[in-house]
Design a protein around this ligand. Sequence first.
Ligand code: ADP
Ligand code: ADP
Length: 237
Amino acid sequence: MLKLDNVSKTYKTGDKALHNVCLEVSAGQVVGLIGPSGAGKSTLIRCINRLVEPTQGSITLGSTDLTKLNRRDLRQARRRIGMIFQEYALVERLTVMENVLSGRLGYVPTWRSWFRKFSPEDIALAHSLLDNVGLADHYNKRADALSGGQRQRVGIARALEQNPELLLVDEPTASLDPKTSRQIMRLIRAACQERNLPAIINIHDVMLAQQFSDRIIGLRAGKVVFDGSPEALSDEV
Ligand code: ADP
Ligand code: ADP
């Protein structure tokens, strides 16, 4: 379970991006995080994995207060959190399979010839994750030979490789067409249901959020202004 208690963030510039955000996300729950540009959605996601340091409050994952971790412990804690990004963040010159397993290396190799040989178990895991997202025919393609939708499928497989306790997803469909966007959201939701995995998805598109989330959290000017079911949101609008 993930719990945010009174989380606030004021940037050095004076921008108050989050005000006393409190929320709990339970196992298997897919949360669509919506709100206008500048509402604090990215900041909220980045505070959880501490790409941004919250100014105040606590963020606990299981029994770990993420805000209190030193660098080394933070690196380990981040292995418990799967991340999916808008621009995929793949290593272009590596293959699909190497990208899926890249978290196991802890660094990006400078030369492919130095790339660690993965164990048969690692490879079997990568194959099954890639099969699940419909990339069975693409294990050994280079990332830079893929379409946007295929890249995001690799992104999903990579996020699941570490068997995470939480999935953080930042604008996963912002660079994709509507049909591909729905396919990607369907895959993310299916993975969460199958693994009883909680997810927070920063998503601009309210219709997509409603269609593929169990719960909607609306942010405005750094505050939670809506927290309820997708159906309840339709009643309000
Ligand atoms: P959203 O993801 O909902 O568009 P953001 O979290 O990106 O919102 O931004 C929330 C507020 O924080 C905005 O006012 C934005 O300008 C500000 N902000 C975001 N990132 C930074 C930063 N690195 N430095 C200063 N202000 C920032
Ligand atoms: P997003 O579309 O994800 O909200 P933005 O385009 O707002 O991202 O911001 C892009 C980058 O600039 C992010 O790293 C964000 O943290 C940073 N940023 C956003 N607003 C500000 C700001 N007012 N001052 C400094 N950096 C900012």
